[in-house]
Design a protein around this ligand. Structure first.
Ligand code: BG6
Length: 496
């Protein structure tokens, strides 16, 4: 295979939580695939760091098996490539270390000796209460070089105060430009394409405002439950787990003003303005503008599944939401009067994420009622599965008989159009870390503005006692979510 965008930066990527779930399912398989595609420089090492003792051979065997499962190959690359794995394994190292104990960083210090001039990316895939202590140890041990980066996984706190504490702690060791806060949704192809669609085409931007757009819907539906992650999730809930980060980032990209360049701060400045313009939802209007749900037993994709409180690792009672729907207003000229309806949930009928921009109905119809309803145009951006863009419009049905208006779509499937394989979001983001491109990472002020808005909703829920409504696994959430949008005379988009 020929070299693609081989990057020239030699690097050391040090993954804390190097045997954890994220490293096994996402990070190591993504790095393996990048290497398989020859996108990594020859001089690039990956040092997994974790508390437990483990022989290197056992670690390599474990990661091999994870890569077989999570990066199994595809039609373009063929099956899992053992030779590529062998080459990749040469980059992998394992160091056992207790992240809270500076003395136990000895082996890491030794491993990094003499490589102060290469890119050094510390990837913290650990619990967030370790972010501050790890950053402090790295600094006190002299491991933070000018070429260092600190990558932080979510959850970045559980509210504004805890997020600020984490940010302050890491800022004592790493500068803001060295700090990369991951939101893996920003690495998804369609999400990046949203900016291209808006800002590289003349067609949409003139229509992208309150004069022409009726409303926007953003749905991130998952079929999985929270089994296996119950303890984390029960502290978090859908609002913190999905809305604070992924969904608000999608709102930002859909609603932001065009940046004048693709400079990371230009983009982040524009996103920040959207976050600051989100109309606060608090105690007065949480009941009208938000819906919480929690799944009960049901059937998803033909399989019977337990309810949230019956998951094997669950507690007996909980008021944590596994579904949330919110009607968001954005207080600026472009979006005044244009609601953004967002919803996300576990154990919904299908894994499907999309942004739907619904335009206004034409102001006048010359067609008789017998021609059919004038449905408004919709632009549907599918994030997953089958990434693509669909423009729904009306056309005349064929034939010489009575004129009938038919809803039809211009449908662009990225798979069919571009062929190849859609890269995993982490592949893109890990390369960006190594290349030093922070545009797809959250800046501190964005993170804090998002928490501020979210905290107010949570306070509203607490003060009004708004608890989650039950919904059957395999349904689209509680009926109240349907009522939320229908109150405004609208409906959730269904694929036609
Ligand atoms: C994570 C959440 O950030 O995103 C998970 O913690 C969720 O609860 C996941 O399942 C969804 O990501 P994706 O890429 O599968 O849509």
């Amino acid at each position: 295979m020929t070299a693609k965008t081989l990057i020239s930066h030699p690097f050391d990527m040090i993954v804390f939580g190097g045997r954890g779930d994220l490293a096994r399912r996402k990070l190591i398989p993504a790095l393996y695939h990048l290497d398989r595609e020859r996108r990594l420089p020859d001089d690039g090492r990956i040092i997994a760091v974790s508390r437990g003792q483990m022989e290197k051979a056992d670690f390599l065997r474990l990661m091999h098996d994870e890569c077989v499962v999570h990066s199994p190959g595809d039609a373009i690359h063929g099956p899992f490539d053992e030779a590529a794995w062998e080459r990749f394994a040469g980059r992998l190292h394992y160091i056992s270390l207790d992240a809270t104990d500076a003395a136990s960083y000895r082996d890491l210090v030794a491993a990094l000796q003499g490589r102060a001039d290469v890119v050094r990316a510390f990837y913290l895939a650990t619990a967030p209460d370790l972010f501050g202590p790890i950053a402090a140890h790295l600094k006190s041990l002299g491991l933070v070089t000018p070429e260092s980066r600190l990558v932080l996984e979510k959850p970045l706190g559980k509210d504004l105060a805890t997020a600020q504490a984490i940010n302050a702690a890491v800022a004592a060791a790493f500068t803001e430009p060295q700090t990369y806060r991951i939101d893996h949704y920003l690495g998804k192809e369609t999400v990046q394409n949203l900016m291209v669609l808006r800002f590289a085409n003349a067609l949409f931007e003139p229509l992208w405002n309150r004069t022409h757009i009726d409303h926007v819907q953003i749905s991130v539906a998952e079929t999985v439950g929270v089994g296996g992650r119950w303890t984390y999730y029960n502290e978090s809930g859908a609002l913190r787990d999905m809305v604070q980060n992924h969904l608000l980032q999608l709102v930002c990209l859909a609603a932001m003003e065009p940046p004048s360049t693709l400079d990371a701060d230009m983009i982040r400045d524009e996103k920040l303005k959207v976050l600051r313009a989100l109309h606060p939802i608090g105690v007065e209007d949480v009941a009208q503008s938000t819906v919480r749900g929690q799944y009960r037993a049901g059937t998803v994709e033909g399989n019977g599944v337990p309810g949230y409180l019956e998951e094997t690792d669950s507690g007996a009672a909980s008021n944590t939401e596994t579904f949330v729907a919110i009607r968001i207003a954005i207080d600026n000229w472009r979006w005044a009067g244009v609601p953004f309806y967002v919803r996300t949930g576990k154990r919904l009928p299908a894994r499907s994420s999309e942004i739907v921009v619904q335009f206004k109905t034409p102001p006048h119809s010359p067609y008789p009622a017998s021609a059919g309803i004038i449905h408004p145009n919709k632009l549907v951006m599918r994030l997953q599965p089958d990434e693509g863009i669909r423009l729904v419009m009306l056309n005349k049905g064929r034939g010489p008989g009575e004129l009938k208006l038919r809803q039809t779509a211009l449908d662009l499937s990225f798979n069919e159009t571009f062929g190849g394989r859609s890269p995993d979001a982490y592949e893109r983001l890990l390369l960006d870390v190594i290349r030093g491109r922070p545009a797809l990472f959250m800046r501190v002020d964005e993170l804090e503005a998002a928490w501020q808005w979210i905290d107010r909703i949570r306070e509203g829920w607490a003060e009004t006692g708004l608890t989650p409504k039950p919904y059957a696994a395999g349904s689209w959430g509680p009926n109240a979510a349907i009522a939320l949008i229908e109150r405004d005379g609208r409906t959730w988009h269904e694929d036609d």
